[in-house]
Design a protein around this ligand. Structure first.
Ligand SMILES: NC(=O)c1ccc[n+]([C@@H]2O[C@H](COP(=O)([O-])OP(=O)(O)OC[C@H]3O[C@@H](n4cnc5c(N)ncnc54)[C@H](O)[C@@H]3O)[C@@H](O)[C@H]2O)c1
Length: 446
């Protein structure tokens, strides 16, 4: 026997899972009880979950079941040999065996749902962004586990959110008792809104010094504890904190550019909203307004010429519109009058991006959202990197089960006015990126 003849609970309507799991559960249908005399169909989902986890590249998979018919199938040992090695799980209860005598009974489900458990971690969860972001994530049915970490207040935030009757199991951790490690354990997707927000009178340098160290420390933890997690960085200045994260991950030999994202969605959300106001859109979120470049001031470049559906911005409103998208954050900082920067709209934007990553990871295709990424490490990114001249840049990214599947080149189609904006953005970005990289390579003296 390849495995102990434990029972499997399988249920999937997920096309990929059905296809792959079908390999393991093909052919001859025999009621397991007739052969094994097992009464209990339901006693072990572990092996299947491990299989599915391997199939989905170590992403924990929870098998939720609705089984209508249970079948036994006997797999062909020769076929198994070609497929199984990559999927052999190591588990004390079910040690992997040589495949030769591989006949193993598996339950085949005929009607089911496979659900990937998205284990999500929010660092900085008690903050202005962290709390509403955690609320939105807690309410999201895709999330099964939600771990909140902050240097303050997370037990209270977690207790509060735990009363919401959504599926996500929520826990709160503080630095004491190795809280960060515990929270990171098993995290599949980490969102980082930790740090201090911009306040009036504060220079970008002041902000950089504090947040750079915070992001570096958290990403170091990710590198050690959950190196395969998708990492979504909200902490500003994103233009520099993402290069910091990349550098930390590189040093730990776990950098996978397809899993590291700078969250620039708020620029996109603002562009949709502001354009919607001008063109009189009833639902601005249905507009697709690509925003590329970086995530501060003039490094933000909205490409209205490539809006879908196309939009007609009156010439006398264009400059003000561009300026509003680039400096929209200042409106909020000013209006809050010393009480911080955008938190609620950022939580919405952060949630929108995290949900899209989660959906893509679960197998939904065709999801595209701009994000600030390390271009050379992503399919299609190298050509864009050569054209723009910087490694880190935000472009529309097609998301897939492994994160960034493809960087989509819309920069080359920019019109002349947009090209001018792009060259200003690139100049700004060069310094921002360099600063982030240097922060890790040559740490400032304390
Ligand atoms: N990407 C964007 O579009 C965008 C938009 C707005 C704000 N931001 C940035 O997001 C960050 C957070 O903003 P905010 O308004 O929520 O600030 P905030 O001060 O309200 O919250 C930040 C939280 O981070 C926590 N924190 C600090 N150090 C930590 C550490 N080492 N580990 C874990 N948690 C830690 C704090 O305790 C606090 O609860 C800022 O850097 C801000 O500039 C980004």
């Amino acid at each position: 026997m390849y495995f102990e003849p434990d029972c499997f609970r399988v249920y999937t309507s997920h096309a990929l899972a059905e296809g792959v799991l079908g390999w393991f559960f093909p052919a001859e249908d025999t009621d397991l009880r007739d052969i094994n005399g097992l009464e209990d169909y339901w006693h072990d989902t572990w092996i299947l979950e491990t299989f599915a986890t391997s199939l989905f590249e170590d992403r924990p998979v929870t098998i939720l079941l609705e089984l209508t018919t249970v079948r036994l199938c006997t797999c062909n040992p020769t076929e198994q040999q070609s497929v199984c090695p990559a999927f052999i799980p190591n588990h004390p209860k079910h040690p992997a065996q040589p495949l030769t005598a591989a006949t193993y009974p598996l339950f085949l489900k005929t009607h089911a749902i496979l659900s990937s458990a998205i284990e999500l971690f929010v660092a900085g969860a008690a903050g202005g962004i962290g709390q509403p972001l955690s609320l939105l994530l807690k309410a999201c049915p895709l999330i099964t586990e939600l771990a909140l970490y902050d240097v303050v207040n997370t037990p209270g935030v977690a207790a509060d959110l735990s009363h919401i009757s959504s599926p996500a199991k929520i826990t709160g951790y503080l630095p004491k008792d190795d809280g960060m490690k515990q929270a990171f354990k098993g995290a599949e997707l980490v969102v980082i809104p930790a740090g201090i927000p911009r306040k009036p009178g504060m220079t970008r340098d002041d902000l950089f010094k504090i947040n750079a160290g915070i992001v570096q420390g958290l990403v170091q933890g990710i590198a050690e504890i959950c190196p395969k997690a998708f990492v979504l960085i909200i902490s500003n200045p994103v233009n520099s904190t993402v290069p910091i994260a990349a550098e930390v991950l590189k040093r730990a030999n776990v950098f996978d550019p397809t899993r590291l994202f700078g969250v620039t969605t708020l620029d996109v959300v603002r562009a949709e909203t502001f354009v919607g106001e001008i063109v009189g859109s009833k639902n601005p979120s249905e507009l697709v307004i690509p925003v590329v470049g970086g995530h501060s001031g003039e490094t933000i470049v909205p490409l209205f010429s490539q809006a879908q559906p196309s939009v007609d911005i009156p010439a006398d409103k264009l400059d003000a519109l561009i300026n509003r998208v680039q400096f929209g954050g200042d409106e909020v900082v000013k209006a809050k009058d010393g009480a911080g920067s955008a938190t609620l709209s950022m939580a919405y934007a952060g949630f929108r991006f995290a949900e899209k990553v989660a959906k893509a990871v679960k197998g939904e295709s065709g999801i595209i959202e701009p994000s600030y990424v390390y271009l050379p490490g992503i399919e299609g990114g190298e050509a864009i990197q050569k054209a723009v001249g910087v490694d880190f840049f935000s472009v529309p990214i097609e998301l897939g089960p492994n994160g960034a599947k493809k960087a989509i080149d819309i920069v080359s189609k920019a019109n002349d006015a947009e090209k001018k904006l792009l060259s200003v953005a690139v100049e700004g970005l060069k310094g921002n990126i360099e600063k982030g990289v240097e922060f890790v390579r040559n740490p400032p003296q304390k």
